[in-house]
Design a protein around this ligand. Sequence first.
Ligand SMILES: CC(C)(COP(=O)(O)OP(=O)(O)OC[C@H]1O[C@@H](n2cnc3c(N)ncnc32)[C@H](O)[C@@H]1OP(=O)(O)O)[C@@H](O)C(=O)NCCC(=O)NCCS
Length: 190
Amino acid sequence: MIDPNPLKLRPDVAIVPLTTKHAPNMYRWMSDPLIRSNIGLRSEPSLERTIAWITNALHDPSACPRAILLGDRHVGNVVLDRIDNYIATARLSVYIGESIARASGIGRTGICLALVEGFQQMGLHKVWLTVHSRNFHAMNTYARLGFALEGILRDEFWFEGQRIAAFYMGLLRDDFRQISPDLHGEHVVR
Ligand SMILES: CC(C)(COP(=O)(O)OP(=O)(O)OC[C@H]1O[C@@H](n2cnc3c(N)ncnc32)[C@H](O)[C@@H]1OP(=O)(O)O)[C@@H](O)C(=O)NCCC(=O)NCCS
């Protein structure tokens, strides 16, 4: 029998447009060393900087920032940015800020919803990302969603005081369709 939910997506996870009301949570998460080091945050976070980042992203036509909700609770963010309308590509970044919400399928579902929005509603052809070479948990999540390793960026990530490699991973619309055919056509942003 065909598994109707092979990616084990969670029905209690949704994505909504990120707004400045999400800034206090985001600022709190940016102060978590695990989040900071894994996303490669370069400057000291503050609430003002966080609000400014969200405001800029909301005015940037090449960005599509989303809050990930578990029920009604904001637990993380997933962002498509660097949207290139000419070749129909975008970069994806993601984090589950609430530590108790990690490793239970919430990140995978949030990313998947952003991918459906990107491929189906925005007409993207490819989504790409970079991840540092020690972030095995994130790589596992990306690989499960069909992302393939396309390149190794030697010494391009600063992690805990050391230069390490970053991996460039990419997902084509057709690859994603193979993995999640039933998701196409749904309206995903609540
Ligand atoms: C990376 C991240 C977004 C993944 O989201 P998540 O909700 O935690 O992950 P999921 O539960 O969707 O998927 C986790 C998978 O990894 C496995 N896993 C769980 N804990 C793990 C761990 N500590 N190490 C390795 N794998 C782990 C799970 O078993 C699951 O495997 P499965 O595909 O067989 O079910 C999230 O952990 C996170 O925000 N991490 C910190 C910030 C970060 O690294 N962001 C990415 C920057 S590139």
